[in-house]
Every structure is written in structure tokens, then in C-alpha cells.
Write a protein that binds this ligand. Structure first.
Ligand SMILES: Cc1cc2nc3c(=O)[nH]c(=O)nc-3n(C[C@H](O)[C@H](O)[C@H](O)COP(=O)(O)O)c2cc1C
Length: 177
């Protein structure tokens, strides 16, 4: 079982902690795991050219090409984002828009995906995670886990033992398919 984590946070904070806890737990249960943070990738904004509707290819060549290859190889995706204004981060929105060629070719249809979000206010993050879920559903992916945690400062999520227990359980479930 190959699980690819994708972090949409622009910092090494709660989102990366959540993804690492899930991935480390999945690893303990035999999964092969990798975490990619969008902040470390050079990914240009979608230019709205829309030739990808016909060609199923993006006119931009950058780190998105590498990420698309890694997504193809993964059995399960694990996408995480902090909640920004009841939404995902700009990093993740760039990824959404740049995925239009994969939408056009239905390349990710049927892929299993788990989504997590952290926000200072749980109610707000619950709205934000719907955006993330919608992205996956539009691509025809199967959302198998969806989890929201409350946290603002770096380390806050890690210090919440209930959240840690839940994240480890998600990792176990993902590893077991
Ligand atoms: C620009 C910005 C907008 C934010 N908007 C929200 C929001 O709408 N709702 C919320 O609950 N938290 C909001 N937050 C707080 C973050 O979601 C929270 O600090 C989160 O833990 C950050 O995750 P990270 O440590 O992975 O970056 C915002 C933070 C920033 C920097």
C-alpha cells in the first residue's frame, strides 16, 4: 500500500504534524509512505489557457509534473490543509487549478483519498474541509477519511492526545486499505 501525503500548509506546523502522525502510523502497519509539502515545490499559477481540455496536458512545465507522477503511483492520497478564511490555503488552490488536465482525462477517478484540516476554530475548519472534499469528488476520487482538528499555534495539535489517537487510527485504517 503506497500512501502519498500532500501538505498545503506554507509552514512546518499543525498540518504537517497531522500528516506525519497518520503516515508514521500507516508505516507501522506496513504501508509505504511519503510526504510532499507544496511549499517546497515550484508550481506556477494556472494561466487559464484551457488547451488542456483537448490535450489533457498542461502548458506549464514545473514541479507539478513530478507530483502528478507521484500521485499516479500512489494507492491512497492523504491531503491536508490549514483552514484559511473557511477555505484551503493558496498553495492548495494552485494545486487544484493545475490539476485540470487530470480532471479532463479523469486520471484520478476512483483513487482513494483521505482529507484532514486544522483550524483555530473547529466550525470554520469544518467549512474549509468541504472545499477539499468537493475537489476530490469533482475528480471522481473516493473520500475514505475526513477529519478536522482544532489548533492554531505550532505544536497545539500534537499536544492534544485525543486528536493524536484519532490520527493514528486513521493511519492504521489507511494501511489496511
Ligand atoms: C491567513 C490565515 C487565515 C486563517 N483563517 C482561518 C479561518 O478562517 N478559520 C480558522 O479556524 N483558522 C484560520 N486560521 C488559523 C489556521 O488555520 C491555524 O493556525 C492552523 O493551525 C494553521 O495550520 P499550520 O500550522 O499547519 O499552518 C488562519 C490562519 C492564517 C495564517
Amino acid at each position: 500500500m503506497k500512501i502519498l501525503g500532500i501538505s498545503g500548509s506554507p509552514r512546518e506546523g499543525n498540518t504537517e504534524s497531522m500528516l506525519n502522525v497518520i503516515l508514521n502510523s500507516a508505516k507501522e502497519f506496513g504501508a509505504e509512505t511519503k510526504l510532499v509539502s507544496l511549499k517546497d515545490l515550484k508550481m506556477g499559477l494556472c494561466k487559464g489557457d484551457q488547451s488542456c481540455s483537448d490535450t489533457k496536458k498542461c502548458i506549464i512545465s514545473d514541479d507539478m509534473d513530478v507530483l502528478v507522477g507521484e500521485i499516479k503511483d500512489a494507492d491512497v492520497l492523504l491531503i491536508g490543509s490549514p483552514c484559511y478564511f473557511n477555505n484551503v490555503t493558496a498553495n492548495l488552490k494552485v494545486f487544484f487549478d493545475r490539476s485540470n488536465p487530470q480532471y479532463e482525462s479523469q486520471a484520478w477517478k476512483g483513487k482513494k483519498v483521505a482529507v484532514v484540516m486544522v483550524g483555530a476554530m473547529e466550525q470554520s475548519a469544518k467549512k474549509g474541509i468541504e472545499v477539499l472534499e468537493d475537489f476530490c469528488v469533482i475528480h471522481g476520487m473516493e473520500v475514505i477519511e475526513s477529519y478536522v482538528a482544532e489548533g492554531e499555534k505550532i505544536g497545539e495539535v500534537e499536544s492534544n492526545s485525543e486528536v493524536m489517537t484519532e490520527l493514528k487510527a486513521i493511519g492504521e485504517r489507511l494501511a489496511n486499505g
